[in-house]
Design a protein around this ligand. Structure first.
Ligand SMILES: Nc1ncnc2c1ncn2[C@@H]1O[C@H](COP(=O)(O)OP(=O)(O)OP(=O)(O)O)[C@@H](O)[C@H]1O
Length: 499
């Protein structure tokens, strides 16, 4: 006799005597059996737990076995189903197999017949599990909106998979453009909250005096301009996920209100007196080093510990090896389609250049570079000369920049970032003629000036063009608002040091 295996089975059979008999057969095969006599009872059981095998009579006193099968296929596709049929209903049993049942047994059947069928079903299940496990162990080139099969990204995908169904707060760190928002969406979409709202709030781009009402909502008349009651992000995210982007930019006073909300799920609208309670999962992100912010007194330590339960660090693009090419190829396809172009590949020189460049603006910058080449170029192949000058001139990767470095002034990277941003902005005609490369690179007397000054002028020109609206200027320059604030701080420090 074959080795006995242990498994769980739900038997749905309306006849008491046959139910008892089949239960005995199943137990003899190693099954832990639950017997029910009605279709609805079977559905209630399934809502509580899922057996490995469902042995399901087609004719039941309430709903038909076919209806039960339909629900099982939709909600619990991993369960193997064996239908039980009488002679007159064999056609239905065949339909059941078409609808996804593994096999059927015709009444009357003996223990041996049942044994063969259920062993086959369990064997098939084992094979499916093996294939799924093998597939999961293979590097993924795509995952919930991410592109990339580097080892660094595989680790990120694994963490996302593990945390998706939990309510634990996740803290995503990574340089600008590494995909922190993509990561927040991925966690939401991979988990059980996927059918509930995902609400994103950028703490850097909302003016300080509006952010409390953006998070918690307000009542009519709470402040000038509050013409009606308005729900905040907390209310809109009920049951789902609240993504707090650029969390380190949040005002300290509001941080304490947020802390209470995170601890209790309870909050009050601005101008309101009633407490409201919601069920929200928090994901936060920053491109700063959060612990440095705590040490500097800009980020509350207790809030840090509340939010920083599961950290995810997104690797910068320059540390992701061949992902650069994978992304560049996908982007080429996408932009071809959007721009009506027919580029089929990159030249070898262009590939080498893309791989050597250090990508301070990460994936967002790569998007700009590819978009620019597609829009401005023509032909079948992206040549090195079609890539922006900085890529073309092959800056060597520094390889040493720490993710979330608070100030980048000592590195050559921001200068590159600024010129790429300026080039990109010029292409998009967003900042007009004021930002030509020569004008930003040369001082009024025609001398070449330090690159940080060019960067400053580029950014300031963009802000002026946007009537002082920093978040808008940041969006047009394809950098984050916090990057601008950080840079402003470092320019001031630099100017003070020079004075
Ligand atoms: N691994 C990836 N695969 C595909 N697209 C990506 C990936 N990472 C980022 N992107 C794309 O790059 C752009 C920037 O990503 P995202 O906004 O998530 O970055 P971020 O880290 O939140 O940036 P910031 O800190 O500036 O807000 C988006 O268009 C996003 O779709």
């Amino acid at each position: 006799m074959d080795k006995q295996i242990e498994f769980t089975a739900l038997l749905v059979e309306d006849s008491m005597s046959l139910g008892a008999l089949y239960t005995e057969y199943l137990r003899a095969e190693g099954a832990k059996v639950t017997l029910v006599h009605y279709g609805q009872d079977a559905l209630s059981e399934l809502a509580k737990w899922q057996p490995e095998l469902l042995i399901l009579d087609i004719k039941l006193p309430d709903i038909s076995g076919m209806e039960v099968l339909e629900t099982v296929q939709k909600k619990y596709p991993d369960i193997s189903v064996i239908m039980i049929t009488a002679h007159g209903t064999i056609d239905i049993a065949v339909d059941a197999m078409r609808a996804g049942a593994f096999d059927f047994l015709v009444k009357p059947f003996d223990a041996k017949r049942l044994s063969i069928t259920l062993r086959n079903a369990l064997k098939q299940k084992e094979l499916f599990n093996l294939v799924a496990k093998y597939e999961n162990s293979l590097p993924k080139a795509n995952f919930q909106g991410f592109i990339g099969n580097s080892l660094a990204m595989q680790a990120v995908y694994k963490t996302i998979d593990s945390v998706a169904n939990s309510k634990a707060s996740v803290f995503v760190v990574g340089e600008s453009g590494t995909g922190k928002e993509v990561c927040a969406h991925a966690i939401h979409n991979a988990g059980s909250r996927r059918d509930k709202p995902f609400v994103a709030l950028n703490c850097a781009s909302i003016p300080k005096d509006l952010i409390e009402s953006e998070i918690f909502g307000h009542t009519k008349g709470a402040f000038t301009g509050a013409h009606a009651n308005r729900d905040g992000a907390a209310t809109r995210a009920h049951g789902g996920t609240l993504f707090l982007d650029e969390i380190c930019e949040m005002d300290l006073e509001l941080q304490s209100k947020l802390l209470r909300f995170i601890q209790t799920g309870v909050f009050q609208r601005v101008g309101g007196s009633r407490e409201e309670k919601v069920d929200v999962r928090f994901i936060s992100a920053t491109n700063r080093a959060p612990w440095d912010e705590v040490k500097a007194g800009r980020f509350r330590e207790d809030l840090f510990y509340r939010l920083h339960v599961i950290p995810i660090e997104l690797p910068p693009l320059r540390m992701r090896g061949k992902d650069i090419l994978l992304l560049a190829k996908r982007l080429l396809k996408e932009y071809n389609r959007e721009e009506g172009k027919s580029f089929a590949r990159y030249s070898e020189e262009a590939i080498q250049s893309l791989l050597r460049y250090n990508w301070p603006g990460n994936v967002r910058q790569l998007q700009n570079v590819v978009r620019q080449a597609v829009v401005l170029g023509s032909g079948q192949q992206i040549e090195l000369s079609m890539l922006p000058q900085l890529i073309d001139s092959n800056h060597q990767p520094s390889g040493s920049r720490v993710a979330n470095e608070p100030s980048c002034d000592k590195q050559p990277l921001p200068q590159i970032e600024a010129v790429v941003a300026a080039t990109d902005a010029t292409n998009k005609s967003l900042i007009g003629d004021e930002l030509s490369f020569s004008e930003t690179a040369l001082a009024p007397d025609g001398h070449i000036q330090p690159l940080w000054l060019s960067e400053k002028q580029t950014i300031e020109a963009a802000i002026a063009q946007c009537d002082g609206n920093v978040p808008k200027a940041a969006a047009l320059l394809d950098i984050s608002a916090s990057t601008i604030y950080r840079k402003r701080q470092s320019w001031e420090e630099k100017q003070e040091a020079d004075a």
